[in-house]
Design a protein around this ligand. Structure first.
Ligand SMILES: Nc1ncnc2c1ncn2[C@@H]1O[C@H](COP(=O)(O)OP(=O)(O)OP(=O)(O)O)[C@@H](O)[C@H]1O
Length: 231
């Protein structure tokens, strides 16, 4: 589902003497359907940078990120913005750490959006969204409110409901269990297990070792490519 080859990403700090950070160095790995690969490494090893690069937020210096999309392997590197949008709508989901709240958009609408974008009926999307919100213990009285005022944990759970709204062929998970209580953490681990069983290829960051041990099939060791800094 995913083939990453010789990926390199540098950041140039123009306002700090042009220091260059080589954050990703020759990263190569692949992920099969139904498999969860966990990015492992110390703080600053480049895990979030790799996730953002995979999702097309950062352009790598070199390398390729090939994703199975519309029946063929599609390279995200150098793709047109409209192609990246199509991959994000149809093929690759991303559960980030924080919910992007938009004023006046209700919790239910935020969760349903990925399904509506794929052409689901409002009825089907609403019923799936409600089931997920219930499972993630978001009280029903909050469903018709905009999540800007929700607690941190509630916002994170709304974000997770949105992330698991459709069956993504490829799903990126950035700390989906951080700051959740044990009950909700277990719900998220169950959702991940179900996504694997449904054939999703998952790539995740989990600081929580217990969670990681439950879902990980394989680790990518980000420490092996020690970051080097050059002026
Ligand atoms: N936008 C950016 N501009 C410049 N440097 C950046 C940028 N994003 C990340 N970095 C640098 O790249 C390195 C890797 O950061 P990254 O956030 O990917 O690490 P991480 O492994 O996800 O860390 P953590 O576990 O603490 O979240 C760090 O040294 C960081 O300072």
């Amino acid at each position: 589902m995913v083939e990453v080859e010789n990926l390199n990403k540098t950041f140039t700090l123009h306002q700090q003497q042009g220091v260059v950070l080589n954050v990703l160095k020759n990263i190569s790995f692949s992920v099969q359907a139904g498999e969860c690969v966990v990015l492992h490494g110390h703080s600053g090893a480049g895990k979030s940078t790799l996730m953002r690069t995979l999702y097309g937020n950062y352009l790598p210096a070199s390398g390729s990120i090939r994703i199975l999309h519309r029946g063929g392997m599609f390279d995200m590197v150098g793709a047109e913005p409209r192609e990246i949008i199509a991959v994000r709508r149809e093929t690759m989901g991303y559960v980030s750490q924080f919910l992007r709240v938009i004023p006046r958009v209700t919790c239910l609408d935020i969760v349903m959006e990925p399904a509506l974008e794929r052409g689901w009926s409002t009825e089907k999307a609403s019923s799936r969204a409600k089931a997920l919100l219930q499972r993630l213990n978001i009280p029903e009285r909050l469903w018709s409110l905009a999540p800007g005022t929700f607690s941190g944990g509630e916002q994170q759970r709304v974000n997770i409901a949105r992330g698991f709204m459709v069956d993504w062929p490829v799903l990126l998970l950035d700390e989906p269990t951080a700051s959740l209580d044990d009950v909700n953490r277990q719900v998220v681990l169950d959702l991940i297990t179900e996504a694997k069983q449904a054939g999703s290829a998952l790539i995740g960051i989990f600081h929580d070792k217990a969670a990681r041990d439950v879902v990980a099939d394989r680790y990518i060791d980000m420490n092996a490519q020690e970051s080097s800094h050059a002026a």
